[in-house]
Every structure is written in structure tokens, then in C-alpha cells.
Design a protein around this ligand. Structure first.
Ligand SMILES: *Cc1c(COP(=O)(O)O)cnc(C)c1O
Length: 400
């Protein structure tokens, strides 16, 4: 029998005993709601906001219920009106078009390039053609596009940039933290992202009006004064009665989980990179697997790995099955019908007839992806890569 890989691709690291003890204290206190505090007490959610704003280097932070919620509130707080068009990557995860739709926006999908970035030429032509006022940019799978060019384009067309940093928490472009390029950024704390509270979201911005509106929208019951990284009282005066409550708060248990993980985030980014590089070293030397070289400007988080097998797309389901039989879970983005996840613009049929985006479909028809959990050692990653390479080679053999 061929060597098998035994570890699950969906296993995250455990929550530490100290964190479990802290959560126990919160549970015993009964004060789980972020506004349920003793006199003078700052809630865990408020402390998380303060600490995440400091980590991110942003003025304001809102902790909320999910990354998708943060995206949708970001758009509304930045002034999106029902029917407004929002430029967005054609390759992203379902919460992104869902957040645009939820906020009343209409997504206009942009092609991706060979390396999964938003395509700058298509972005320019659609910015021109639609005069859209918003760009929701997903740094999909941690691949950061040329941010200098994107920021310049947004300035040229007076577009508000919202960054979806679900895959780039802790990443940098040219030394600047991902999330600090646009007007507002959203992060996810869902289990498979970079800090884990099961579910959770963070919104950051340097814009006081956006921050105030986002806080009121998240359901602050006029208790905005107890937030950890909020603008001055005076900013709320103009928004508090004209901004709806779309409840989506973070609770103290989740906030405590995240507060305990935040100090270890940069170390985990380093650990992810080692695992990514272990996969890359094996795959980059394989004649039948194509791996993109990462830009020198990019300091990425290697929590997933993408590659293109040199196979006809019609053979990739066999590759997925053969690797699966050896314990290696590969996602393929080329399937006509999505399985377990949707990341392709033509899967979101509630948006109506999809546009034709042939370049995106062509790139995705060759794109494979694996998760890289921190429960894998570097040796596990080399083993996983060897299994993939050998299964690709075997299929190449049979197709000759
Ligand atoms: C996970 C994810 C989000 C947000 O997801 P939630 O599950 O709502 O926290 C947004 N964009 C991308 C690309 C994601 O992968």
C-alpha cells in the first residue's frame, strides 16, 4: 500500500488551559454580554477592540459577530446605498458577495490573474464603465495584489476601498499591514482563519464617522461610550439617531478567546510561513506541478497553499480522489457544481445571470488548494507535498 497521510486537514490547535480558565471565570460571572459590566469594568469585547486596534495600527476597531458581518457593516457605514455597484474579485468566498447583497449593493465581478489576484486591467475597465464608488477587495487565499496600483486607481476614480482581510490578518505589503490600505477593513475570527473564536469578526478604520456608524449598526444600544477603540462622544452626536441597529455584537467569551491568542499571532504567522515553505520547496522542484513565486513585497500568511497540476482539467477530479484516498484533502476550484464551499462568481445565482469571466474560469479550472493547519509539522507538509507530486506524476504518466 502507498504511504498514507494520517492527520486531519481541519484540526486547529487547542485553546490553552489559561484561556479555558479565563473563559471559566467569565462564565461563572454570568456577564457574557459585552455591555453587562460592573461599574468601572471594561468588558472583554472592549479590551479586545483596544488591543486589536493597537495590533493593526488602526485608530478604531469594532468587534462583531463574523467577518461577513464586518464586511457588510463596513460597506453600509462607508455610505453604500441600496442599488450601488460594488467592484469585487470574481474569486472569493461566499460571505463576500453575500455581504454586498446584504448591504443592498450589487456586485460587479472582476477577473483574476494567473496568480489569483484581482486583475488590474479588468478592474480599470470596469471602474471606468460602471463608475462604481466601492471596491471590496479580497486578498483571496492570502495573495496580495499590487497595493500601490490599487490605491492609486481608487484615488483616480474616487472609489472607497474596503479590504477583506480574512486571509491576511498579520500579513504585510511593502511593510504596511494588510487592512491599512483602504478606508475600512474586515477580519474574520472563524475557526479556519488566523485567530479562532469559532465565529467572530473585527472591523478597523481610521475614519471616525465610519467607526461611529459601524458601532451603532452593530447594536450598541447607545452604550457606544463603553467601546474600546471608538471615536469621541461628539462624533456619535450626528449619527446615533440616524443609524439603524443591525445587531451583530461580539460577546465576552469569544473576545476572551481572541485576546489570549492575539499576542501569539505574529509567532503563528512565522510558523505558517515555515509550513508553507516546506510545501513550496517540494512542489517548486516538481516538473508536473506549477507553483507561483510570491512577490518580494508580500509578507504573507501561509495558512493555505495553491498549485496548478500540469494535467487536463478533466483529470483533476481523479487527482483529488487519488490524493483523498491517501489522506490528502485537495480543493479544486474548477468543478461546475460547488462542493462544501463556494468561491466562484458563477455559483452565486441569487445575483442573476453571471457575466462571462473566461479568464477567471480558466485560472480556476487549473487551481488546486490545500489548507495548512498549524497542527501539521514541517515534515508533515513535505510528506503531503510528496504525495501530491507523486499522484500528479502518476496521472501524467497515464495520459501520455
Ligand atoms: C472566511 C472569509 C470571510 C468571512 O467569513 P465569516 O465566516 O463570515 O467570518 C470573508 N472573506 C473570505 C475570503 C473568507 O475566506
Amino acid at each position: 500500500m502507498k504511504p498514507q497521510f494520517e492527520k486531519p486537514f481541519t484540526q486547529q490547535e487547542p485553546v490553552s488551559e489559561e484561556t479555558i480558565a479565563r473563559v471559566g471565570d467569565i462564565l461563572r460571572s454570568g456577564r457574557l454580554h459585552r455591555y453587562n459590566t460592573m461599574p468601572g469594568e471594561a468588558s472583554e469585547a472592549a479590551l479586545l477592540e483596544k488591543e486589536y486596534a493597537a495590533y493593526q495600527g488602526a485608530e478604531y476597531c469594532l468587534a462583531c459577530s463574523s467577518g461577513g458581518y464586518a464586511l457588510s457593516v463596513a460597506l453600509r457605514a462607508a455610505g453604500l446605498k441600496p442599488g450601488d455597484q460594488v467592484l469585487a474579485n470574481a474569486y472569493t468566498l461566499a460571505p463576500v458577495p453575500g455581504a454586498i447583497h446584504n448591504a443592498g449593493g450589487v456586485p460587479v465581478f472582476i477577473e483574476i490573474d494567473e496568480d489569483w489576484h484581482i486583475d488590474l486591467n479588468d478592474l480599470r475597465s470596469k471602474a471606468e464603465a460602471t463608475q462604481a464608488r466601492f471596491l471590496m477587495l479580497s486578498h483571496m487565499r492570502g495573495h496580495i495584489a499590487d497595493m500601490g496600483a490599487i490605491v492609486a486607481l481608487c484615488e483616480e476614480f474616487d472609489i472607497t476601498l474596503v479590504e477583506d482581510c480574512a486571509h491576511t490578518m498579520g500579513a504585510h505589503w511593502n511593510g504596511v499591514k494588510s487592512g491599512n490600505f483602504g478606508r475600512v477593513a474586515a477580519f474574520s475570527a472563524q475557526t479556519y482563519k488566523h485567530i479562532n473564536s469559532g465565529e467572530g469578526g473585527l472591523l478597523t478604520t481610521n475614519d471616525a464617522q465610519i467607526a461611529a456608524r459601524a458601532i451603532i449598526m452593530s447594536g450598541s444600544y447607545m452604550l457606544y461610550g463603553s467601546h474600546g477603540a471608538a471615536p469621541d462622544e461628539s462624533v456619535f452626536a450626528s449619527v446615533k439617531l440616524t443609524t439603524p441597529n443591525y445587531s451583530g455584537r461580539m460577546d465576552n467569551v469569544r473576545a476572551a478567546l481572541l485576546r489570549d491568542q492575539l499576542p501569539g499571532l505574529d509567532e503563528n504567522v512565522r510558523r505558517w510561513k515555515l509550513r508553507y515553505q516546506a510545501l513550496e520547496t517540494v512542489m517548486i522542484n516538481a516538473p508536473n506541478v506549477d507553483v507561483s513565486e510570491r512577490s518580494q513585497n508580500e509578507d504573507y500568511v501561509g495558512s493555505s497553499f495553491q498549485f496548478r497540476p500540469c494535467l487536463q482539467p478533466s483529470m483533476i477530479p481523479d487527482l483529488v480522489a487519488n490524493c483523498g484516498a491517501r489522506g490528502v484533502d485537495i480543493k479544486w476550484f474548477g468543478a461546475a457544481e460547488p462542493q462544501a464551499f463556494t468561491s466562484r462568481y458563477d455559483s452565486w445565482r441569487y445575483l442573476g445571470e453571471p457575466d462571462a469571466l473566461p479568464q477567471t474560469l480558466e485560472v480556476l479550472s487549473r487551481t488546486c488548494d490545500i489548507r495548512v493547519p498549524l497542527t501539521f509539522e514541517e515534515s508533515d507538509c513535505r510528506f503531503v507535498a510528496e504525495i501530491i507530486v507523486s499522484e500528479v506524476d502518476a496521472l501524467v504518466e497515464t495520459s501520455l
